[in-house]
Ligand binder design. Structure first.
Ligand code: NAD
Ligand code: LMR
Length: 334
């Protein structure tokens, strides 16, 4: 009898794990639409919930005609629409917020995006406190701490479930290297650590197949300022959307694979991290092993060379300020 009920429980939790609701907040935007499309193509996603302050039902109707099995629902921009979009979510992606225009830094988005992310984090803390929250909205170095503070204030903060999405930096680094070395970017695994803006983005080429690139100032600069390249080319029409959608979908897929029991899934991501806490820096992006509980293990930086030590040093100052700004915002605007 005891055995039978244990088997039943295991069977139930296995099938429950295979039902994955994924929610996109900001689903009608430049990132939100292609991201939702890619999630609709992911067989691990069984329920796709789309929310935006405008247009989510239309995007959902469109995507719902794609002949994959998942159910797609678009929600009205009301508190109850938002709550329903979030209820039962395993993964929530947040690309809601304004993008840069030429001449702006990501920090220039803070005034608008901080309150957007704060309010969406409140809704997540209320409706899906156990979900994995993937923050895409910029400035990521500040919006992630904002989410953490909101969850902490409500007593539901789980540092293993909060991620700043820095996957695009990794995607770019591997692509840029492959262009220089004439290789397949799929074979280029470049670790990028730190944060997600300018000098806080630190590629560790010494750990790649091409350690000599760690002194290639032009390449390092391109990885650190790859976002600006797109902002400039779009000339006022926003920032990276399509490559970001791919990067966000990859991060969501990695989390789902890990939650479905796959081992050894590692992604660099901006998390509540012990690595630089002694210097007052509570969040840092490094390689993170993912598991059924979100963060399984935060991997140390490992061996880095002197040039990279200098880059990390330059990163820490800005990163600390960005994190403190997010924390101070919630203290002043709870
Ligand atoms: P966008 O303006 O095209 O789309 C944003 C969407 O968010 C819009 O549809 C808007 O209606 C929606 N929105 C605004 N407030 C909302 C709210 N309170 N609730 C729900 N939806 C809301 O912008 P985009 O190009 O999709 O970029 C979105 C954000 O992602 C920007 O902040 C941008 O800087 C950031 N971004 C981050 C990365 C990264 O690597 N992490 C990469 C690219 C862009
Ligand atoms: C990026 O890296 O492309 C994004 O953070 C968007 C931006 O503002 O550059």
């Amino acid at each position: 009898m005891f055995m039978a009920s244990r088997i039943q429980t295991r069977a139930f939790s296995a099938s429950a794990r295979n039902l994955s609701k994924v929610t996109v907040l900001g689903a009608a935007g430049g990132i939100g639409q292609p991201l939702s499309l890619l999630l609709k193509l992911n067989p691990k996603v069984t329920d796709l919930a789309l929310y935006d302050i405008r247009g989510a039902p239309g995007v959902a109707a469109d995507i719902s005609h794609i002949n994959t099995k998942s159910k797609v629902t678009g929600y009205e921009p009301t508190p109850s629409g938002l709550a329903s979009a979030l209820k039962g979510a395993e993964v929530v992606l947040i690309p809601a917020g304004v993008p840069r225009k030429p001449g702006m830094t990501r920090d220039d988005l803070f005034n608008t995006n901080a309150s957007i992310v704060r309010d969406l984090a409140k809704a997540c803390a209320e409706s899906c406190p156990e979900a994995n929250i993937l923050v895409i909205a910029n400035p990521v170095n500040s919006t992630v701490p904002i989410c953490a503070e909101i969850f902490k204030a409500r007593g539901v903060y789980n540092p293993k479930r909060l991620f700043g999405v820095t996957t695009l930096d990794v995607v770019r680094a591997s692509r840029f290297v492959s262009e220089i070395k004439d290789t397949d970017p799929a074979d280029e695994n470049i670790t990028v650590v730190g944060g997600h803006s300018g000098v806080t983005i630190v590629p560790l080429f010494s750990q790649s197949k091409h350690p000599e690139l760690s002194t290639n100032a032009e390449l390092i600069n391109r990885v650190q300022f790859g976002g600006d390249e797109v902002v400039k080319a779009k000339d006022g029409a926003g920032s990276a959307t399509l490559s970001m959608a791919m990067a966000g979908a990859r991060m969501a897929e990695s989390l789902l694979r890990a939650s479905h029991g796959e081992k050894g899934i590692v992604e660099p991501t901006f998390v509540d991290s012990p690595l630089y806490k002694d210097q007052g820096i509570d969040f840092f992006s490094s390689r993170v092993e993912l598991g059924p509980n979100g963060v399984e293990k935060i991997l140390p930086l490992g061996e880095i060379n002197d040039a990279e030590k200098k880059l990390v040093e330059a990163c820490l100052g800005d990163l600390k300020k960005n994190i403190e700004k997010g924390v101070a915002f919630v203290a002043a605007n709870p």
